[in-house]
Design a protein around this ligand. Structure first.
Ligand SMILES: [Zn+2]
Length: 88
């Protein structure tokens, strides 16, 4: 019993670190205005993987290579994608 009580702070710290790592990894920013992009927002990808938000898109001269949704950190872990069709 004493051992499990002693180990709890380590477990809490590990979970906290993992949560912060997930947040940092998931954070994407617009290449123009540096705004943190929101989950579910459409972003426009230009060559070189440069990402521009919907608000800044009109300032770009060239059309984007692709448009995609911003996903949360749980994407691919909690949601199983079974639709294998190519994205439109
Ligand atoms: Zn922007």
């Amino acid at each position: 019993m004493d051992a499990s009580i002693r180990e709890m702070p380590d477990l809490e710290m590990a979970l906290l670190r993992r949560g912060l790592d997930d947040l940092a990894a998931a954070e994407e920013r617009c290449g123009r205005c540096r705004r943190t992009l929101l989950v579910g927002e459409y972003v426009h990808v230009y060559d070189g993987d440069r990402i521009v938000c919907d608000l800044c898109r009109e300032r770009e001269r060239k059309p984007p290579v692709t448009v995609r949704l911003v996903h949360g950190p749980a994407f691919g872990h909690t949601i199983r994608i079974i639709d294998q069709r190519a994205a439109a």
